[in-house]
Design a protein around this ligand. Sequence first.
Ligand code: T1G
Ligand code: NAD
Length: 697
Amino acid sequence: MTHAIHYERVDDIAILKAQNPPVNALGIDVRLGLLAGIERAEAEGARAVLIYGDGRTFFAGADIREFGKPMKDPGLPDLCNRIEAADLIVVSALHGTALGGGLEVALSSHYRIAVPSAKMGLPEVHLGILPGAGGTQRLPRVAGTEAALDMITSGRHFGAAEALEKGVIDRVQEGEPREIGLAYARELLDQGAPRRPVCDMPAPAAVDFDAVYEKTLAKGRGQLSPATAVRAVQAACEAASFLEGLRRERELFTELMESDQRQGLIHAFFSERAVSKLPELADVTPRDVASVGVIGGGTMGAGIATAALLAGVSVVLVERDASAAEAAGQRISGNLSGALKRGKISQDQFDTMTGDALELATEYGALGQVDLVIEAVFEDMDVKREVFKALDANCKPGAILASNTSYLDINEIAAATSRPRDVIGLHFFSPAHVMKLLEVVVADQTDPDVVATGFALGKRLRKISVRSGVCDGFIGNRIMNAYRKAADYMVLDGASPYQIDRVMTGFGFAMGPFAVGDLAGLDIGWAARKRRAPHRDPRERVVHFADMLCEGGDFGQKTGKGFYVYEAGKRGGTPNPDVEKYIAQDQADQGVSPREFSDAEILRRYMCAMVNEAAKVVGEGIARRPLDVDMVLLFGYGFPRYHGGPLKWADLQGLAGILADIETYAKEDPYFWQPAPLLRTLVAEGRCFDDLNKAEK
Ligand code: T1G
Ligand code: NAD
């Protein structure tokens, strides 16, 4: 036996208890322990085996940290087949999250019981693979083809009640897994219940798998794993035998395991868990935050207030005047009605959140007792400095003063107060009660416990919080500006903005850069360009076609026209014919002879611009690690998760090739395409961005 599996006998029942915290991942020691336990039970003449997990959960899947390494025997598929073939009854008792290989172990058992709060699922597609230990063959046999296809291609977690209703488990019972499992096994033995291997159950009914495959592929926007899993379930229905189906599952599993998408998704899994773990905060205690102040109740202020209310934090929102405060209240109520409609909150919770928990005010005096304030007023330094002076005068000592600015210098804002150590940037993304990303912007004098409080608040609001240093646009907007510029330059040189949008949606983005511009509002970028114009380096190329659109009052969706024309009630827009006119005008004014761009060149230039700026952001220490940048782009800018993020993508592409391309592009525009020093260093030393992630662990 191994320490990971504890063996115990109760009369003629052998009990295998998994003890591999935190989530009983099915690493080699667990697998060896389970195999030895089954063999010992048989050898000792036990009549049944009970398998359950100690601690917070039944097996939460294979040990993801073993992926990409040579698999040690017994592999999980063989172990599941061995459990199923045992010549005694095997019962699994589930609690916590029985996921992936964990549910597959349960499906290879002959009977399954669960506590009511148990969650189950085969989420492998979210890791770029598919259930590889018989899940695609056994689940359809117990739950039917349609239900299995839904559970496997969505990778969603489902509860015990649904699992019982769909035949995935046999019983739901209150109690401790060991106790309910033991009683159930005893009952089965007393009834003389037979072994009941799922592999002996009839092959499930086939469906139109080609149609399901195409639909799943389109829905995945280029992600391969869900669609490939459809083919594995197809084998469960059409293969000549169960073993033949298992063989096909293994073939497809191995194909996905060797894919770049698998590496991208595994990188995303561990990075989203690592991103908020900062060594310097390990022993720092955050300040208590029971109430929050929000200044400005526009798009962002109302969203931030909504996110806080949904997390059970009371809010004092201050606006310029009563009508603006009223309007803010309406926006918040509208956001919360959406959550009520979707059943995320109850009517009582809605009433509390729009009632006692929310105070709308026009005087800063109302902020006297709040623990933390988030400012979301106009993106203007003078306005922000005035607001922070007022906060300094009205907030209690120890209150944290945060700004939601998109670009402005947090150090300069902090200097407007007598307490710069309590000032921090908390940069939310629109809509703030929906988007998962929070950039925690640390200024030069920000106290560590203020930073720790920013992260603690992020966790409470269910955000992915990423530490950023201070620079123009912090991590995300700075990088976005670079790839947006590369897109604008390609348009000036002859590419169509609609071709670029098509290429980037083909790469996996939900929207291309020009459609995103229309969504966010072209006036925001216009204001930023005007703000920068006086300080612009004369060597920088400038495009004017977007300004021409804005000068005509076309700000995108909010005005019904931008790069696209939007008709009420219709999804998406159609190309705005004026755009080509403005582009041609800009080309003529700048003496540019337009040329053709292939889709491949557009993608390469766009991604090289993103990677190059990201490498500068890491090289300058604005982002602590490359994985921080990857998580910012994933959770704030819609970067396709299966690529792992721009720097993971770059590693998989090969940094030398990317540097070479940037050096080629630099021949035509040496100012924009200045290779990042970090990129040069990594290429020269034969290293990659992931080496830096590992170094920071
Ligand atoms: N392997 C290794 N480590 C794991 C792990 C796993 N499967 N699951 C979680 N961890 C670590 C995680 O990194 C973190 O570590 C700690 O446990 C707590 O996790 C053949 C091949 C179970 C719902 O996809 O969805 O089986 O950061 O912070 O929010 O078909 O973790 O503390 O160092 O996320 O309470 C399929 C993945 C595998 C489940 C708990 N299984 N895990 O969430 O805590 S593929 C999964 C989760 C497979 C077979 C295939 C969640 C959770 P650290 P946490 P949580
Ligand atoms: P907005 O114009 O929708 O709202 C700003 C609100 O601030 C208005 O309601 C205005 O009445 C109020 N206000 C202005 N001066 C005030 C004062 N002195 N006291 C109290 N209230 C005052 O703007 P927004 O889009 O919500 O942006 C707010 C901030 O958030 C800006 O710094 C912006 O850069 C940043 N931001 C915006 C987005 C976005 O996508 N819109 C995303 C992230 C960050």
